[in-house]
Design a binder for this molecule. Sequence first.
Ligand SMILES: [Zn+2]
Ligand SMILES: [Zn+2]
Length: 352
Amino acid sequence: MAKFMVTPANVAQREAWLGGAVPGVERVRPGLWSIPVPIPINPLRYVLVYALELPDGVAIIDAGWNTDEAYDALVAGLGVAGYAITDVKGVLVTHIHPDHYGLAGRVREASGAWIALHPADARLIRERYDDALIDSLVERERALLRRCGVPDLTLDELAGASMMIRHVVTMAKPDRLVEDGDDLKLPGWDLRAVWTPGHSPGHLCFVSPERRVLFSGDHVLAKITPIVAVHPQSGPNPLADYLDALAAVRKLEVDEVLPAHEYRFLELAERVDTVMAHHDARLAEIEQVLAEGGAAACWDVATRLTWSRPWETIPPFMRRSANNETLAHLAWLEAKGRVVREPGEPDLWRAP
Ligand SMILES: [Zn+2]
Ligand SMILES: [Zn+2]
């Protein structure tokens, strides 16, 4: 089957992504700007911050990591659009991952802007980013990994793997909580929130029916698929949440998708179908591994799946993601009665 490829909305932006560069600041259409903000030591390289012009300033969607380089890039990008950082009236955060939320607090400090988040992500902030609470989160992650059959030697390495990125976040409580369907009430904009849990429990997309654009955050991207994983803060079946949320955005009538990474593109429904097909194939692959190899722990299943590179060369942080993504698929299959979990240390998974 020929793989569907989206049409980039701006060829130069796509070329920059493919060429390993950071694309330029760009006026997407009247009153709307795209500002790439670099993110360090990460293959995604930048987050696309969108600035929406208001009568008295701008609102931005996402902010970037909390580094000086990112802050300077945001300030410079706003400058190209004709605004100062003090003109930012609001920061709409799609979700609390560091590349989206990390810089929001610093922007608020500089400008007095409000920060908006979905409550399901807002309530995870303290546990995730407060030094006093982080140990319990790491401990829960270790317990989860143990039940997956992750070998002892790598447990510490894996459980602590995401801790090194915590310094790029300022812990900022939201000023506004945004629920599914809420009108953001930005003057001159008919912007509505669409709750799209899965990648993060409180992930939000924003749609403008009038301008026919979807700000998709990490929910739908041009080429990559976001990580959907079971972890201590995820809920029991994040893949079901994610696939439901994909079906919800598929119905939206838009001409352009404005994601937080890579590049803008045109075909929302076709891209959603491709992502759904990707997960269907993954689910089938896992069923096949269990049918052929018998009962296995999640970690063993993960090592037998096809990844973008050989398992041995995947670094610890990404192996943990791979394990937890596999667990998300197993949990989805379990809920459908397509696999059975035998609880233990580790849990074993088998065909029904
Ligand atoms: Zn994310
Ligand atoms: Zn992201």
